[in-house]
Design a protein around this ligand. Structure first.
Ligand code: C2E
Ligand code: MG
Ligand code: MG
Length: 361
């Protein structure tokens, strides 16, 4: 009951079912497609499978003309894609509201880039053995003209989808390196600044050169920069990622896996890839109760990281009990509200001064 199938371009295809008796019929077609694609095929003697993300728009509810139907099926298709693909989703009117909201944020983000509305906060990473701030993680905030300080959770995803992350990421890296060097010059000898880098930014052809230029331009030693990527980065374009990781390592930059345990790290990657640090995700730290119970996963991640010769940072540490537990399991670094929230640069300077971190150089 499929009347027309066409390739729209790239990896996008359209199917028209002109005599649709019920929506159920559309799901049957979608299931057929996914089933057919699920069969492995040989390419260069290797087995491959492809998956499809399918968006369905139904005339006349979801559009009375071709343009509307195409646009709305596209919106639904992106929804399916975002939900890890290999499924179909029917268009719903609420998706339109979502699209409009995202378009607004995108427009505002472009403006934020040109008007420099981004600022960085810095959160200390503390060595619990001697209670010393070793380094900081830079965390971006959007100083929105109406909303005030906006959390990265609100805009990083959209920045990624629209490609704006390349520019925002560049702003963040530039500022973080400059601030780190400014602290050194003031006698605040932090060992490193850690910067979050997202998939698209990491895989961008210019990424490596940007890092080289920044280190060179600031006369900054490579080991003073730590790049944090999440496990999901490794799921993308593995070959590019592995290549960039090794080149960064060769430069001497430190590499860290953020939010460890929430994604899908393959154990073989973990062993082969040149990571220095593993950050235990907050969700596991939060499970550590006052009596020390609930910390099995955190302790296991720490033990595994140590067995692989990697340092461990625990994120989101809020209580003394969590700190004690993680210290007992030899976590090298503790990050969380227990020690400090992320702070503007000038407040971090004050904190370092209070803690006697000024050294003469
Ligand atoms: P992340 O890299 O895992 O950063 C840790 C997040 O946990 C930060 O949220 C931090 O403020 C928060 N946090 C730290 N300690 C505690 C604690 O004790 N309790 C609780 N409840 N939260 C704590 P934030 O700053 O909102 O950042 C959220 C995420 O946004 C980051 O997670 C990171 O993935 C992303 N992000 C932040 N800055 C950047 C950036 O410059 N570039 C990219 N690509 N992503 C960024
Ligand atoms: Mg991080
Ligand atoms: Mg994290």
């Amino acid at each position: 009951n499929v009347d027309d199938a066409a390739r729209l371009g790239g990896d996008e295809f359209a199917i028209i079912i002109s005599q649709l008796n019920s929506e159920h019929q559309a799901t049957t077609v979608a299931n057929h497609i996914n089933h057919a694609l699920a069969q492995p095929f040989l390419l260069d003697r290797e087995e491959n499978i492809v998956t499809a993300s399918i968006g369905i728009a139904v005339y006349p509810y979801d559009g009375k003309n071709i343009e509307d139907l195409m646009r709305n099926s596209d919106i639904a298709m992106y929804r399916a894609k975002a939900k890890s693909g290999n499924q179909y989703i029917f268009f719903e009117e609420s998706m339109n509201a979502e699209v409009i909201k995202r378009a607004t944020i995108e427009r505002e983000l472009r403006r934020a880039i040109s008007e420099q509305q981004f600022i960085l906060h810095y959160q200390p990473q503390v060595d619990p053995k001697i209670n010393l701030i070793r380094g900081v993680e830079a965390l971006v905030r959007w100083n929105h003209p109406e909303k005030g300080l906006v959390s990265p959770e609100y805009f990083i995803g959209i920045a990624e989808d629209t490609g704006l992350i390349a520019e925002i990421g560049h702003i963040v890296l530039t500022e973080a390196c400059a601030q780190y060097c400014a602290w050194l010059n003031q006698g605040i000898a932090l060992e490193y600044v850690a910067v979050n880098v997202s998939v698209k930014q990491f895989c961008h052809p210019n990424f490596l050169q940007t890092i080289k230029d920044l280190l060179h331009g600031n006369n900054m030693q490579a080991h003073c920069l730590e790049i944090e990527i999440t496990e999901s980065v490794m799921m993308n374009d593995t070959e590019v990622v592995v290549n960039v990781l090794h080149q960064l390592k060769r430069l001497g930059v430190q590499l860290s896996i953020d939010d460890f345990g929430t994604g899908y790290s393959s154990m073989s990657y973990l062993e082969q890839l040149p990571f220095d640090t593993l950050k235990i995700d907050m969700s596991f730290v939060r499970k550590i109760q006052a009596n020390g119970e609930g910390g099995t996963i955190a302790a296991t991640i720490a033990a595994m990281a140590h067995a692989l010769n990697k340092k461990v940072v625990a994120e989101g540490v809020e209580t003394q009990a969590q700190l004690d537990f993680l210290h007992k399991h030899n976590c090298e670094l503790i990050q969380g509200y227990f020690y400090s929230r992320p702070l503007p640069a000038n407040e971090l300077t004050l904190l370092c001064n209070q803690r006697g971190m000024i050294t003469t150089i």
